[in-house]
Write a protein that binds this ligand. Sequence first.
Ligand code: ADP
Length: 401
Amino acid sequence: MHILVVNCGSSSLKFQLIALPSERVAAKGLVERIGQAVNAQFRYTAGERDFPKKAVKAPDHSAAIQQVITALVEGETAVLKAKSDIVAFGHRVVHGGEQFSDSQLIDAPVMKAIKQCCELAPLHNPANLAGICACQEALPGVPNVAVFDTAFHQTMQPHAFHYALPPRYYEKLHIRRYGFHGTSHKYVTHKFAEVQKKTPDEVNLITCHLGNGSSLAAVQNGRSVDTSMGFTPLQGVIMGTRSGDIDPAVVFYLIEQGGMTVDAVNDLLNKKSGLLGFSGVSSDMRDILAAVDAGNERAALALNMCAYGIAKYVGAYHAILPRTDAIVFTAGIGENSGPVRAAVCAHLAGIGVALDDGRNMAHRGIGPVSSPSSRIPVWVIPTNEELMIARETYNLMQARP
Ligand code: ADP
């Protein structure tokens, strides 16, 4: 059975066609610059074969998904005999609010609830909705499944998810910690359990998803009990362009004393802070590391601040978990950067974390990077959110009457 996994941004559509249950990726790619005055760009890979990037017309997400489906079934890019070989769409949906603690087969009430969550994620959910509508229109009758970034964290208890505000702000405005990257935290949790020949409910982990956006989760018996992102993805550790945790009074100060508008502060904290803002070098960790190697002290301080903040969350989560089976690094930085893992773990000697330096720096793929003497094993597990979305979609399809 082929499932088309779709991840829509406001001007992009990422996709993977995955065969289940074999989990083979038949094709994948990206349509960028959807809805812009210039032509959209279409990148497509079938199996191992990369096709040259081409310009396509994609004034909206519907046109973009049509381009994708055409590529999947027609001409030299084809990997399917017919459109009807796509048995379901699996969608990444950023915000599921408190309504969804699991993936959902999309029907009218689910659609309505996703729309309601637009006010909580105004930059993301409308694009996700556009993608769902586009797929419904392109292949009517083919089921669509929503997999929410927030769902995995819905197991957090009230003492972990509330902010200390009067109750009406939660009751009327739904202000609380939601957490994000749930699909990734769940994927690496399940993968760790699988390689340990355990079930997910037998593992306790601290999962560190470090990418352009970063978050950590405390996972107890396979369930999220706390996570570093909050009401929005701005809270938590220092990220590529986001400040992470900051005293909220800084916002009032910037407005009252700094003469900034609310929009300007929003832009500053989300897009001009973090590694980029503090170092003045780049939001990309590879550029930061290169600058550190070239002797840039500001970049070195940015890296150390970032690593120190991650280590503080690890320490906090180790304290609240009854047992920590492993610290898991994942996503672009977590998977690929020995130097960043080393910088984080350098602040964790107090809880007995020790890396195997050679192994950590040379590591590729899945496996431990800690020394045998480490009191908590440290692992690297490459994430695969698309595969997790395909699995969730497959499971819901199998469960249908
Ligand atoms: P996103 O959050 O957009 O999905 P990714 O998970 O792909 O992002 O992570 C992107 C980040 O990973 C960038 O900061 C990039 O510099 C970093 N990255 C990728 N490869 C490496 C590497 N070899 N060393 C250090 N950082 C890396």
